[in-house]
Design a protein around this ligand. Structure first.
Ligand code: DHB
Length: 397
């Protein structure tokens, strides 16, 4: 198949890109080794910046008159709570920066995008096998894969986009010495789970405690999402429901929160990493989303950052394909990385402010409480947090 744009990865990054290109009059082919079912049932984060919601609405994802699901099934949150040192403090996004975020799971974003691509006749090939990218050096990159019957297929794109997540095959195909990787590991992870219970608080609660961090998030009126800091090698099977709730209570009760509990499901350990690969362009290949960068989950920037990349990349690709003008592609990496690094800093800041380092001294815990108290006492400090959490304004970055 010949196509102007070949996209490896049919998650939110790849599908938003394919959708935006379609709206600009540029066809594309998307391939993903996962099935549509697999992507839509893998539990991911649930917070959308207001700019991400706006893009879904403005770009016609819901243009078939179907309900604008993100507005109808999502929940607008005008703030978050920080819990620390035995108290709870609300950061009021609406008051501070006149913005809000939306609680709407990434799996639903994916479902809406997959539906929109199908409705608009998009060429999205889920469940392909052994996808590879070759000939990145020349003028004709190729995507190779096998279908379910084992037949070889070839996609010949003018431009190739790697939107294939943190273990990106596209990024790994960059020749040695042509890209730079930088990042850091963290000595903790999150134990995440869903529970069938009513909400414990009106908004998300980020709880710092001497016993470690916990996050009380939500999904619906009857399903909640929660996380607690754990060892990266934690064994999920070692955690009974009782033990999970005991640990969650220990880390939230100290700050005055009373948890509503229920049956636990979908428990998993999420590893933390900060990572950036640069530049985001290698000849005719562009990288977007987790394929190029990973943030630790605190603050839920991952999906939002992928959408921000694609918001810059789509018009640049359209100019290159429709007008033979590659000036946008030439500056894509630099423009997208500006926001990527802001988000790297924000996610690192939220992470290190709220988590307890294994073996940390009482000094470290008290210093963190003082940092949170300083923030809670300062409109300027809270404004900085609110700007980052809701997504920095600006059309390009
Ligand atoms: C969720 C995940 C996050 O990483 C976060 O900061 C807030 C919410 C969630 O899955 O609901």
């Amino acid at each position: 198949t010949r196509t102007p744009v070949g996209i490896v990865g049919g998650g939110p990054a790849g599908l938003v890109l394919s959708h935006l290109l379609h709206r600009a009059g540029v066809p594309s082919v998307v391939v993903d080794s996962r099935s549509r079912e697999e992507i839509s049932t893998t539990v991911r984060a649930g917070i959308l910046e207001h700019g991400t919601v706006q893009l879904l609405l403005d770009s016609g994802v819901y243009s078939d008159g179907a309900s604008r699901r993100v507005l109808e099934e999502g929940y607008e949150h005008e703030g978050v709570e920080l819990a620390f040192g035995g108290r709870r403090h609300r950061v009021d996004f609406h008051d501070l920066v006149a913005a809000s975020v939306w609680l709407y799971p990434q799996t639903e974003v994916f479902a809406d995008l997959a539906h929109a691509r199908e409705r608009d006749g998009g060429d999205v090939r889920f469940g392909v096998q052994d996808a590879r990218v070759v000939d990145l050096e020349g003028d004709q990159p190729r995507i190779l894969y096998r279908d379910a019957e084992g037949l070889e297929h070839e996609v010949l794109p003018d431009f190739l986009v790697g939107a294939d997540g943190s273990r990106s095959a596209c990024r790994r195909a960059v020749p040695e010495g042509q890209g730079q990787n930088t990042g850091r590991e963290y000595p903790f992870a999150w134990f995440g789970f869903l529970t069938d219970a009513p909400a414990s608080a009106p908004e998300l609660v980020y709880s710092h405690s001497p016993h470690g961090f916990a996050l009380v998030s939500q999904r619906t009126d009857t399903v909640q999402r929660m996380y607690f800091q754990c060892d990266p090698d934690e064994d999920v099977t070692a955690w009974s429901e009782d033990r999970i709730w005991e640990e969650m209570r220990r880390r939230t009760a100290v700050n005055g929160l009373e948890l509503k509990t229920g049956p636990v499901r979908d428990a998993a350990v999420l590893r933390f990493r900060s990572f950036v690969h640069a530049p985001l362009r290698h000849g005719r290949m562009l990288l977007a989303g987790d394929a190029a960068h990973t943030v630790p989950p605190t603050g839920a920037k991952g999906l939002n950052l992928a959408v921000a990349d694609v918001r810059v990349l789509a018009p640049a690709l359209a100019d290159a394909v429709l007008r033979d003008d590659t000036t946008g592609l030439d500056t894509y990496s630099e423009r997208a990385l500006e926001r990527v690094w802001k988000a790297q800093h924000f996610s690192y800041w939220m992470t290190t402010m709220l988590h307890t380092l294994p073996g940390s001294a009482p000094f470290d815990v008290r210093r963190q409480e003082a940092e949170l108290a300083t923030l809670a006492a300062s409109r300027a400090g809270q404004t900085l947090l609110a700007e980052g959490y809701t997504g920095w304004p600006g059309s390009q970055v």
